[in-house]
Every structure is written in C-alpha cells, then in structure tokens.
Design a protein around this ligand. Structure first.
Ligand SMILES: [Zn+2]
Length: 290
C-alpha cells in the first residue's frame, strides 16, 4: 500500500480549450463519474453518441488534455460510480481529477444564470469563473474550507465520536471555517466545541481537496493546552485519548486523517501505522472526516 502523501502530481491548469497530446475525458452524470467495469474514469475516447461540445477543461497531465463532459446517457460498457466509491478503487491522482470533474460540472450546471440580475452567464476565457454580460458579475466555483486537527498530548491523540458514527468508530476533530474566522480561530473553536479543551502551538501540516461536495480540508497539529475533555452531546458523543498502540479504525489510505496520524507516529518515533488488511473495504461506508 503506498504511503499517503501530499506529493500529488498535479494537473497543469490550462483554461484554453485547446486539446493537446492524447486527450482524455471524464463523463459526469448525476454527480457520479462513468467508468468501465472496475476501471478508471479517465476515458481515451468519447463513446458513440457523445460529442465534445460543452466540454470543461480540467487541465493537462503529462501533456495530455483532460476535459469533463456532462451527459444524461450511460453508454454501453460504462456505469456511474460515486466519488466515495471511486475513493476506494483508484489512485490519488485519478481521484483528484474525478473530484475536479464532478465539482466543475456541478458548478457549470448551477451557474447558468447571473445570481444578481438573472442574465445567462458565460465561462470567462482567462480564469475558472462565469461572468454576466449584463452586470459584469463574476461567480467562482464554490469551495468550503474546513479544518481538521490532530490534537496531541505527548504521544496520545484526541479522537471524537460523532453521534452518527457506529460504536468504536472515531474521527479527528473537524469542521467548516466560518465567515470572518482565520483557520487558527476555526481550529480553536472546533476543538473547544467538540471536546471542551483548549489548544496551542498550531502547526499546519497539509491540505486535501475533499469533493463531498466541495470542501477543502486543511490539516493541523495542535498541542493540548488545558481543560477536561467532554463531548458536547450534539456533534460528539464521546471524546478520548488514544495511544499509538491503541488507535481506533481510521478511514484508510489517501485520507487526510491517515496522513496526520502517520506524521504524528513519525514524530513520535513509533512504528508506522499499518492499516488492517481490508480496512479500506471495511470502512467504505465509514463516516468520512467531515
Ligand atoms: Zn448580472
């Protein structure tokens, strides 16, 4: 199993609609991507009956243009796969491309008209946005930043159990950033709300697009600073410290939770956390970090 990392080979973002190399396509229908049985959503050719009109450029990877297309058809040999299912069957790079495709198709379909004056809006040529020809209003794809924090006290990690999680399933503290907050404020507020404790020495670790439906997870470490842990009874029903030798089930490879926990174990000098064989499958219906 590859170690999760932030060293994803990123798409070169290119807003021109020129196709280069061997163009590839991601077909999106009803918020899901179309894949061949057991395969990747990156298609080398468009199926019969689906043309390139309306394609949304996603970027260029290894010299090959990748575009998204919305379709109502399910061509022979393809079937819709949700991003949550895709998460457990493709690599990190393909998942990122699939997530970008679903998010941009959703943006295209929900921004057809200017929100201010109702005029039909059009894609801007020089950036990823729609513009209104009447009032000049510009709208960008929605992104909802959310913080996720590994609170530690010595070797131990603070986990919480949301009420919707099955018994025994724990998560790191996470929540959406509110208007007017810094990321640091959001971390401190979420930790105080969900676990009743204060933290200090915040350290940014990394971020991860989380297209469920349009989050960006921003991961931190924080040191426990004081207070007695307690669940709030609404967002959390249990709060516990876990030692590296006694970790709860984790969401599995590619999740930012796993990345944060692995980094903590490296800092601690503990043996690398090894997900249980089949843990990804077991957790496929798991509560995701947020
Ligand atoms: Zn307008």
């Amino acid at each position: 199993m590859p170690s999760p990392s932030f060293s994803l080979n990123l798409l070169e973002i290119d807003h021109s609609r020129t196709l280069s190399g061997s163009p590839k396509w991601v077909l999106v229908t009803g918020g899901e991507v179309l894949c061949p049985e057991g395969g990747s959503p990156l298609l080398s050719a468009l199926p019969t009956g689906i043309g390139p009109a309306g394609a949304i450029p996603l970027g260029t990877l290894n010299g090959n243009t990748i575009s998204a297309l919305s379709t109502q058809m399910t061509p022979d040999g393809l079937s819709p796969v949700s991003l949550r299912d895709l998460y457990f069957r493709v690599d990190e790079e393909t998942l990122a491309i699939g997530g970008r495709a679903v998010q941009l198709v959703h943006f295209d379909e929900t921004s057809r008209f200017c929100g201010a004056c109702g005029e039909p809006a059009y894609w801007k040529e020089d950036e990823l946005a729609k513009v209104c020809p009447r009032c000049g209003g510009i709208v960008y794809p929605r992104l909802s930043p959310a913080v996720i924090v590994l609170v530690r006290q010595g070797r131990e990690i603070l986990f919480v159990r949301p009420p919707r999680s099955p018994p025994g399933r724990y998560s790191l503290i996470a929540g959406f950033v509110e208007p007017g907050e810094t990321l640091e404020h959001a971390v401190m507020r979420e930790v105080a709300e969900e676990a009743g404790v204060s933290v200090r020495n915040l350290r940014y670790i990394g971020s991860q697009p989380w297209p469920f439906p349009h989050s960006l997870m921003i991961g931190f470490f924080a040191e426990y600073a004081g207070g007695g842990i307690r669940p709030d009874g609404v967002e959390t029903v249990d709060v516990r410290w876990f030692s590296p030798e006694n970790l709860p089930y984790l969401p599995g490879r590619m999740s930012i939770t796993d990345i944060l926990v692995e980094q903590h174990l490296r800092d601690d000098g503990s043996a690398e956390y090894a997900a249980e064989p089949g843990a990804d499958e077991k957790n496929s219906g798991a509560t995701l970090p947020i």
